[in-house]
Design a protein. Sequence first.
Length: 298
Amino acid sequence: MKRPLLIFIVLAFGLSWAAALPLWFAGGIGSPLLRPLATLMMFTPAVGVLGVWAVTRTPFREWARQTGLTLGERKGRTGVLILTAWLGVPLLLLLAGFLSAAVGLFSLDLDQFSLFKAVLQAQGVGVPESLTTAVVLQIGISVVAGPVLNAIPALGEEWGWRGWLLPRLVSTNGMLLGLVYTGFIWGLWHAPLTLLGYNYPRLSSWAALFFVGFCVLFGVLIGWLRLRTGSVWPAVVAHGSLNAVSQSVMLLGDAAAPPNEVLAGLTGLVGWFLMALVGAALLRFYPVRAPQPVASPS
């Protein structure tokens, strides 16, 4: 029973380190290779799933159903939750940003958009005449098109974490522990990047430990989507939306007082609090059941 898990972990973690290794010798998170290599990393959990499938010899149609590639038994519910994830994650990001501002941890600049302007200048991009229009367009495009543009790499991760791993860990450890263990493993998998300070540059290598906390809490939310529908697609949309919109929201800040990503926003402690509340409410009022475990080699 442990062999499939070992195969999955070795492939997902080993290949992620192989993909990110050039960053350790070529400028770290400041390297121009960061984006393509980070995207390449996102496909390694899917390779892990394919590795397990190769030893299970399960017919692929059944394997697809077990690992959430279908829309689940209740397609209407899945469609509603896909739309909820599409719009809900940006709303959660905005709520975390404004809550951070309300408690004094995030200085908004909704008049001059100075942080957005500073980022454009640092990237060598011309500053548009109307920053307000540019900000609205960027956030709007991120919300509408982000999940589509990020769907394939997000599926590369989610087919592994929520598609294959989560049902297995929930069926053997119970609902809450299964969700927590999946998020913990997901967070550790990011270590090739987070040890370099990715997402939390001011923490340096401690970012690897801090990001695990975020992955556990956000993993509860998208894990609930997977278990509620029997499909991985709502989690794919939520993950893609997070990657598309999170940076845009933080660019609403003041360049004179840049946000502390450890404290502010959805990835900071304010966001942790918000996600814990939402996750607890979902599990309490809309409970999910453990799925049938995926097949193991005979």
